[in-house]
Design a protein around this ligand. Sequence first.
Ligand SMILES: NC(=O)c1ccc[n+]([C@@H]2O[C@H](COP(=O)([O-])OP(=O)(O)OC[C@H]3O[C@@H](n4cnc5c(N)ncnc54)[C@H](OP(=O)(O)O)[C@@H]3O)[C@@H](O)[C@H]2O)c1
Length: 380
Amino acid sequence: MTLLTCCIGSGSHQQQRYHLLEAASFGKKSQLGIGIGIGIGLASFGKKSQLGTGIGSGIWIGEGADRGSSAKETRSRSGIRRRSSNWSPQERARVFMSAVGTEKEMEMELKHAGFEGPPVQIPKLGLGVYMAAPRDAYQATLAALKTGYRHVDTAAVYGNERDVGQAVRDSHIPRQEVFITTKLWNSDQGYDNTLRAFNRSLAALGFDYVDLYLVHSPMAVDKRLHTWKAMEEILKSGRARAIGVSNYGVHHLKELFANCEIRPSINQVELTPFNARKALVKFCEEENIALEAYSPLTRGKRLNDKTLVQIAQKYHKSTAQLLIRWCLQRNFVTLPKSVTPTRILENSQVFDFSISPEDMTKLDGLDEGWISGWDPTKGR
Ligand SMILES: NC(=O)c1ccc[n+]([C@@H]2O[C@H](COP(=O)([O-])OP(=O)(O)OC[C@H]3O[C@@H](n4cnc5c(N)ncnc54)[C@H](OP(=O)(O)O)[C@@H]3O)[C@@H](O)[C@H]2O)c1
C-alpha cells in the first residue's frame, strides 16, 4: 500500500507549495491502515522545479495496492489528503488543485428544461483563453491540464480553438475527461449560419463533439431566435452535450423562454464582487439556469482594491484566489484566464479555504455594477 501525502514546502514563491510524496510503503493487501511517512518529492511548476521534504499521515480503507480499487476518502483540516487507492496521474494532478476540496465543490450539473439527455457535469473551475495568442493558448491549456484543470473556455472569435484542441490531444488525457466550451460569434448568427459555424468550430478543435456550445451574445437582435433553433438541433444531434447563452439579460432570457423548445442550461456573464448582478442571478437561479462568471479577475484591473487585499491577507491568499473563491461560494462556474503557468497553478488553489459569511458580506459591499469589458446584457 502506498501512502500519498501532501507536504507544505518552503520556496521562493509567495504561495505555499504542495509536494506530492509517496512517502511510505506498507503491506500489499491491507484493508485498513494508519501510518506516518517521511519522504522527498520533486514538484514542477512551469519552468521552476522544487525539491521538497515532508511528513504526512494517512488512513486507508480498502485495497490500497490494487489499481482502480474504489477510493474512500477522508478529509482533514490540516490539508493532508488521505486515500485508499493508488492514484492515477490525473488524480495526482488534482491534488495540486485541492488540498481539502471535494468533487461536489468542483463540479455542478447542467440541466436543459425541455430536453431529456444524459447528465452533464461541468467542472466549476475552468481556464479562460480570451486574448491568448494561439501559441500561448496551446501552452496555457497544456499547463492547466497538467495542473489538474479539466475545463477550457474558448470561442470562435478568440482564434485559438485549433490550439486548445491540439493541447488536449497532446496532454494524452482522454477527451471525455476534459470539458470544452466554445461559442458562436455574433456575425455567424441565424439558423443556417449557426450550423455552419458550429461545424467550423468542431473542425478547428479537431473533435466530434463539444461539451458546451454558447451563443456568445444576444446582439444579433433579429437573428437570435433563429440561432436558438439551430442550437436545439445541435444539442439533439449529440454533437454538443449542453447548450447555453452568454451575456443574456433577464429580458433576453424571457424572450427566449417564450419562443424555445429547449431552454439554455447556462448563462455566461461577467460576475465579480464589483458587479454581482443580483437581479439576473436571482432570475437564473429561479429558472434553473446555471451561471458562469467570466472575467472573474476583473482582467487584472481591480486586484489591488483595498478591501480585497485586506480580506485576502486574512486567508493567506492572493486577491485573485479570493475572487475565484467568491465565485465558487456563490455557486458560479468560473473561468480565470492566464497564460502564466505559476498563475494557472495559483488560480487553481482555491478549494482549500472558505470565505466566512462576514467576509462574503463585506465583498457584497463592493457591488457597484462595474464592468471590465463589454456588457450586452443591457442591450436590446
Ligand atoms: N462570454 C464573454 O463575452 C466573455 C468575455 C470575457 C471573458 N470571457 C471568458 O472568461 C475568461 C476570463 O476572463 P478575462 O480573460 O476577460 O479576464 P480575467 O480572467 O478576469 O483576467 C485575466 C487577466 O488577469 C491576469 N491574471 C491571471 N491570473 C492572475 C493572478 N493570479 N494574479 C494576477 N494576475 C492574473 C492575466 O494575465 P496573464 O494571462 O498574463 O497571466 C490576464 O491579464 C476569458 O478568457 C474567456 O474565456 C468570456
